[in-house]
Ligand binder design. Structure first.
Ligand SMILES: Cc1ncc(COP(=O)(O)O)c(C=O)c1O
Length: 559
């Protein structure tokens, strides 16, 4: 093996070393780079330094973004005089290569371009990311009032003589309850590594009420958004480069990014666009068999429900199919349920994997499950608060103790995020002073999301050359587009995906910033983009007109 060869102090590589290496890397290297290195190694030996340089080039998947950022920091360093010109020992080829290769499309090339245009004074509408407050959604009053009172020193907050004049009684009571749960040290101190016990008890009660089955606070880990929970679990799962995680195609790119970062392999299972982005037993099995035939060990499978970027809400039967598949194949199910409250389609309902697992326990006895939830989505949208939790269900106790160890190494999740999560799972009670306003604010957000989801999909489907499945849930529409072959050829020449060419053109023409669909993965030959429907109604209505105007212009330009 190549690494053994290097470990033996060898600085020349022969063709066999390289072939073994390429066989181990499988899909992680660009096909054209494989041809190049094989040609170079033909009949001769390669110098290790040359090989290293080739490897960096061969795995430059996000080169435009990487080099742009490097230039930016270079300029910054020059201005401050804090960076000297001498070569650095920690550089592009010696750094952690997994990090260099990692890609994250939601904040990728198109967004960078949008930020540049905005700095130049152009109006940009950021529909690239599910970040509701950034596009005008108002925070829910009750949450902010409790958070403020928890943060204020008691003499300026809950114990201030005028407190009751400024805050509703149930807010004050809740802030006192939270202060008590955290302990005398307040919001500025570390908490226990899994999160404050009282908050975890409230989360367990929320899950029990939702699913009708028991939940133990000891199995809850509070996290910085769902993201840090997903990262912790993947860190515990991926042991080496043959360990694989099945992810939906299309997927939310935190999965592909973290799998790359941790040096594992992703195995995509395609969702069926023609059938409302549903998942089939056959597609799962085919991908598992293929992965195993390539020597991969599939350890986990991510299911996103409601879906991002696809917006589908899985039926109970679909959730059961995935649970059963995981159970039968000894695969840990990672159930990403951050959009569980974002269900808009009439007749559709969210089914948690935990509920399905426990309702049908006799058939799913050995299901190992981790479910994720977050305060960033739903009707709350407090993305910057970084609140969330994960529930471990039927996970090996030794493994769970190691996940606890990992949480301990990070000390604890942010305390404001923990408070936010406790409020999410225990909203104001009926009869309390805040209840009416809270209910009004929540239903306004829900009605607005429902309305915009419908209006956007309808508007997109009215454009010739654009087709979009219903946004049944989540915060996104994920249309596919037809564009002229000439545009596809131009994109290839620019070494861009056709949908990146399209998204940049859309941005320049209209100021709408969407994410090219290729950033999420999609069926071969499909072209599309993802847009949120979070900006206000009038902005979304104009956006639909702009999508139409741009599509016609684009098709005309490349006709
Ligand atoms: C499916 C899905 N999972 C997880 C996350 C992570 O969100 P957060 O870390 O803010 O909870 C997102 C964010 O958009 C998401 O769409």
């Amino acid at each position: 093996m190549l690494f053994d060869a290097i470990g033996d102090g060898k600085d020349i590589l022969n063709k066999k070393d390289i072939q073994d290496f390429l066989a181990e890397c499988k899909g992680n290297i660009r096909p054209e780079a494989i041809d190049e290195i094989e040609a170079k190694a033909e009949g001769t030996c390669l110098d290790l330094e040359l090989f290293r340089k080739w490897l960096v080039l061969a795995t430059k998947f996000d080169s435009q973004r990487n080099s742009k950022m490097a230039k930016y920091y270079g300029k910054l360093g020059e201005q401050s005089g804090a960076i000297h010109q001498e070569p650095k020992s920690w550089n592009e080829s010696t750094m952690a290569q997994n990090l260099r290769r990692m890609q994250y499309a939601v904040r990728g090339q198109v967004v960078m371009k949008a930020e540049t245009l905005m700095a130049e004074g152009k109006d940009i509408i950021f529909t690239n990311i599910g970040n509701p407050h950034s596009v005008g959604q108002k925070p829910i009053t009750f949450y902010r009032q409790v958070l403020a009172l928890c943060d204020l020193p008691t003499e300026y907050g809950v114990d201030h003589p005028d407190c009751e004049k400024m805050f509703p009684l149930d807010v004050i009571e809740r802030a006192r309850e939270i202060n008590g749960a955290i302990g005398g040290s307040g919001t500025g101190a570390y908490t226990g590594s899994q999160g404050v016990l009282k908050f975890r008890q409230d989360i367990a009660a929320f899950i029990e009420a939702r699913d009708g089955h028991p939940c133990l606070p000891g199995n809850i880990f509070m996290t910085n958004g769902a993201s840090s929970g997903i990262q912790a679990i993947l860190t515990g799962l991926i042991a080496d480069m043959n360990d694989a995680v099945m992810i939906p195609i299309p997927q939310y790119p935190i999965y592909s990014a973290l799998i790359a970062l941790l040096g594992g392999r992703q195995v995509g299972y395609e969702l069926d666009e023609g059938k409302g982005w549903s998942v089939s037993k056959e597609a799962l099995k085919a991908q598992l068999d293929k992965a195993e035939s390539e020597g991969l060990r599939v350890k986990a499978l991510a299911m996103i429900n409601p879906g991002n970027p696809t917006g589908q809400v899985l039926s109970e039967e679909d959730v059961f199919t995935v649970c059963k598949f995981c159970c039968e194949n000894g695969i840990v199910l990672l159930s990403d349920e951050v959009y569980q409250r974002n269900v808009y389609a009439p007749g559709k309902e969210f089914h948690s994997a935990k509920k399905v697992a426990m309702d049908r326990e006799s058939e799913l006895r050995n299901l190992q499950l981790v479910s994720f939830h977050s305060t960033s989505k739903g009707l709350i949208g407090e993305c910057g608060r970084r609140g969330g939790y994960m529930e471990l269900y039927n996970i090996d106790t030794f493994v769970q103790s190691q996940i606890y160890k990992l949480a301990s190494a990070g000390l604890c999740s942010g305390v404001n995020g923990q408070i936010m999560t406790s409020l999410m799972v225990k909203p104001p009670a009926e009869g309390g002073e805040s209840f009416d306003l809270f209910t009004k604010e929540e239903s306004e957000i829900m009605d607005s999301m429902k309305r915009k989801a419908k209006m956007l999909v309808k508007g997109l489907n009215e454009i010739e050359g654009i087709d979009c499945e219903d946004a049944e849930g989540a915060m996104y529409a994920f249309p596919r587009i037809q564009i002229p072959q000439k545009a596809i050829d131009v994109a290839r020449k620019k070494k861009q995906s056709p949908d990146t060419l399209y998204a940049i053109s859309l941005l320049e023409e209209t100021g709408l910033c969407v994410v090219p669909a290729s950033g999420f993965g999609q069926a071969e030959g499909r072209i599309g983009f993802r847009t949120t429907f979070l900006p206000p109604d009038d902005v979304m209505e104009n956006a639909v007109q702009d999508f139409k105007r741009h599509h016609e212009l684009f098709c005309e330009k490349y006709a």
